[in-house]
Design a protein around this ligand. Structure first.
Ligand code: IMP
Length: 454
């Protein structure tokens, strides 16, 4: 297949001409970060989809196929792991930024699946600098988790940690998307990686060595497909900024899974916080206008690690069933509990949030009294923000206040005036804790089940 990037002196051309005229007319040219406040699964995909309607570009800035989000359009369900949800808007350019890690098999499957459903992926660009997850990264992720036994992180087994490890270890490790189209280079890099990894796989885990030929054969069709989308996305980003385009920077996972600011070591290997949006896209901090913090009306977590408001009893089970809290990526049941205001307050600060978007408000529709954790007590002191040492977090006792429930369905609400008074009071309290105004509340998975404060 011929490359869609004709060589014009080493400067690859984007797949499509980027049309920013719509936003000029609307006077809405904003660069917005979408970031999760908790431990992921807040419903960022739906918020990105909302913003993508008027966006020229959606750029994913970190993570890989450990993410999973579902967008429901006209009753039709779309599940994504890698492709930004902006792909469902036919004028929106979607970019996998420099800070992401790409599993070629997973991305190729998504592209083929979307195109089979009539969604064109012509507008999908992959940064040449994004690192590649190879099948053996997934194998090592599994072997490492098995070796950790009960003390495991509970990773998604998608090879995220091992791929980012190779990136930070530098030469001769680390394979980037720009290498996918060059068979000789790819062979050289895979050989170098496996030379080291096979020794680790055999010596540390007693597992069979992985064959270079088999790996190359396995990824070849996907590598060929994806390399058609690979370009120097920095040029595209600079061009979008120069033209004052409307840009969404889409985070995956969330604040408390951040490698530096999360509940280490039970975190992912990238930087989901808003600061990571600059690292992962090439957009400078001064170009960012808004940071939309996405917070569920209660709390969930998958995998291991501290979770002060976790409810191991009936309420947790009820939230899980009512909120369909099962992982999009792994199918694992999510741990559930009440809203943690300490997490929310800290996330608003760490991300410099300008707007709060609250998701799954409707899941609380039947609850008579809603506990909200406003501070922690541990080791003789009170914590209003999350302590740096996650071991202290393990000892934290949540201090709750109770807000009245509304016990009225909210799923049909279209505007703030359709919401019951108690639901508005609940959102108000969340806004007060976060110190930022509420911009959206989601009351169901459909696009139209979104209440907006303009
Ligand atoms: P990894 O990112 O697969 O290495 O997993 C590290 C931790 O992050 C584990 O606790 C995972 O369950 C969690 N995690 C990774 N991605 C997501 C996500 O998209 N949603 C929720 N949790 C996630």
């Amino acid at each position: 297949m011929e490359s869609r990037f004709p060589d014009d002196g080493g400067r690859p051309a984007p797949l499509v001409a980027i049309d920013v005229s719509r936003q000029r007319e609307m006077g809405k040219m904003t660069c917005t970060v979408v970031v999760g406040a908790q431990w992921g699964d807040e419903g960022k995909g739906k918020i990105t989809d909302f913003l993508a309607e008027t966006a020229d570009a959606v750029i994913r800035y970190q993570g890989g196929s450990n993410a999973g989000h579902t967008v429901v359009v006209g009753g039709e369900e779309f599940k994504f792991h890698l492709v930004p949800s902006g792909i469902l808007h036919n004028k929106c350019v979607c970019i996998m930024g420099d800070g992401t890690v790409i599993d070629p098999l997973c991305l190729a499957e998504e592209i083929v699946g979307l195109e089979a459903r009539g969604v064109s992926c012509e507008r999908l660009l992959v940064s040449g600098a994004a690192h590649i997850i190879m099948p053996y990264h997934r194998l090592i992720d599994r072997l490492q988790e098995e070796a950790r036994g009960k003390g495991g992180i509970g990773t998604t087994l998608r090879g995220i940690g091992p791929a980012y490890t190779d990136k930070t270890a530098r030469m001769p490790l680390g394979i980037r998307a720009m290498d996918l189209g060059d068979e000789a280079m790819l062979r050289e890099l895979v050989t170098a990686q496996l030379d080291e990894k096979n020794r680790i796989i055999a010596a540390l885990y007693g597992y069979e060595p992985v064959s270079v030929d088999e790996v190359l054969e396995e990824i070849k069709p996907a590598a060929q497909l994806i390399s058609k989308h690979v370009t120097d996305t920095r040029e595209v980003v600079f061009d979008l900024l120069a033209r004052k385009a409307n840009i969404v920077l889409e985070g995956a996972q969330a604040t408390f899974l951040d490698l530096d600011y999360g509940t280490f070591p039970f975190v992912t290997s990238s930087h989901p916080i808003a600061g990571g949006a600059c690292l992962g896209t090439g957009v400078g901090p001064k170009a960012i206008d808004e940071v939309w913090l996405v917070c569920k009306a209660y709390t969930t977590r998958v995998g291991a690690g501290a979770f002060p408001t976790e409810d191991h009893g009936d309420e947790g089970t009820r939230l899980r069933e009512c909120g369909h809290e099962y992982g999009t990526t792994t199918g694992r049941p999510r741990r559930c509990g009440w809203l943690d205001g300490v997490i929310l307050r800290t996330a608003a600060l760490l991300n410099g949030a300008t707007h709060l978007t609250v998701t799954k408000l409707d899941v609380l529709d039947a609850v008579a009294e809603i506990p909200v954790c406003v501070e922690y007590k541990a080791r003789g002191r009170v914590y209003k923000t999350v302590p740096q040492d996650a071991r202290i977090l393990d000892d934290c006792e949540p201090v709750y206040e109770t807000l009245p429930g509304w016990q009225t369905p909210t799923t049909g609400a279209k505007s703030p005036s359709d919401l019951p008074h108690a639901a508005l009071a609940y959102l108000d309290r969340m806004s007060e804790i976060a110190g930022v105004p509420v911009r959206l509340a989601s009351v169901g998975s459909g696009r139209d089940q979104t209440v907006e404060w303009k």
